[in-house]
Design a protein. Structure first.
Length: 363
């Protein structure tokens, strides 16, 4: 669940002013911060009415085109709402994220400090999971993300901006790696020698999906691009409710979303676990997630997309291993680290996960 933290009166007055720039019929009562991510700031707004809201500040230092980002997620949300047109308003607001416009008829408000804010309806009696601890959660998460991809399969992805250009572009990530390798100190290259060798060994295989995307053999779709399980809302019976945190919605291929979910769900250990004997690929969770995923999206997929789903999982594990390694070679300029070899340990962790994956799966 979200962790809540109360803020002071000065901040509350500021937040109240921003909240009242949006079209709603409620009176502000109080706010609490939602500690649910590392990039944006989100606040739960309690009102005198039955409806509560989430007011979010989008980090414009990370996301360079915030109006485009918000246009993306509002357009996709409206598309989803049309799919559930038979739902009453209460059920619809629990199934799909609902964004409110400002009095200027924009879906964001820009404050005097240049910060961008958007407002959505809070989905009550909902829960998130930071970790998958049962086959049921893996299965329900797969159903939910599969449904999201299925219902947006007829949305023209070219209408969306690239919120983070080259985010999953393997050629771009290899170029970053090679530049870092050329500049890295001898000591760092020596420490990372086994990982560097693995990167070179997997290079051809890790470009397969990129090449299929570039050639158009695999369809460009609306993809979520951050399919960790904490971005799925569940009800009290642990049934999937709604996909959230759609800031990274943009054009992509389905293997990105499938693979990123598998990467985060199926690692038996923390992402920076240094005892690699503890790092194994949980095939049971993989099969549970895949079962739910295909139940809701299989009919929208081509035979080629289905064929390469397992490679999507391996590729997304690899791309994180590569990014951690690249940052280590660059002297840790991107990811926050707690000690000198933290990024290298993260990279080793992901490569061990690939090794466990390869031992159990046919790709």
């Amino acid at each position: 669940m979200f962790t809540l933290q109360t803020y002071g009166q000065m901040t509350e007055n500021k937040i109240k002013l921003i909240f009242n720039q949006f079209k709603h019929s409620e009176e502000f009562v109080s706010l609490k911060e939602l500690i649910s991510g590392h990039i944006n700031d989100s606040y739960l707004i309690k009102t005198t009415g039955d409806t509560e809201y989430v007011l979010q500040r989008i980090n414009h230092h990370v996301f360079k085109d915030v109006p485009g980002l918000i246009t993306n997620k509002v357009a996709v949300s409206n598309h989803l709402r049309n799919k559930f047109s038979s739902f009453n308003e209460i059920d619809l607001n629990r199934k799909v994220l609902t964004f409110l416009p400002t009095y200027n008829n924009e879906y964001y408000y820009k404050d005097d400090l240049g910060n961008y804010w958007n407002l959505s309806v809070f989905i009550k009696d909902s829960y998130t999971h930071d970790l998958v601890e049962s086959e049921t959660i893996a299965y329900e998460g797969g159903k939910l993300f599969g449904e999201f991809l299925n219902l947006t399969s007829d949305f023209d992805a070219s209408l969306l901006i690239d919120v983070i250009p080259n985010f999953h572009d393997m050629s771009f990530r290899y170029k970053q790696f090679e530049e870092a390798l050329n500049k890295a100190s001898g000591k760092r290259k020596e420490l990372a020698s086994n990982c560097i060798a693995r990167v070179e060994e997997l290079k051809e295989e890790m470009h397969i999906l990129q090449n299929l995307k570039t050639s158009g053999e695999i369809k460009l779709r609306v993809t979520h691009n951050d399919t960790k399980i904490s971005n799925a809302l569940f009800d009290k019976e642990n049934k999937g409710l709604c996909v959230i945190d759609t800031d990274t919605v943009m054009p992509g291929i389905i293997h990105y979303d499938f693979g990123d979910a598998i990467r985060t769900i199926c690692n038996s250990a923390a992402e920076d676990e240094t005892n690699l004997d503890l790092v194994t690929f949980n095939k049971t969770y993989y099969e549970s997630y895949k079962k739910g995923f295909l139940e809701t999206v299989e009919d929208a997929l081509s035979p080629l997309e289905l064929k390469y789903l397992p490679l999507g999982a391996k590729t997304m594990i690899f791309i994180m291993a590569l990014r951690f390694l690249t940052d280590f070679l660059n002297n840790d300029v991107y990811y926050k680290t707690k000690y000198s070899e933290h990024n290298l340990d993260r990279s080793k962790n992901q490569f061990k996960l690939i090794e466990s994956f390869e031992a159990q799966m046919e790709v």
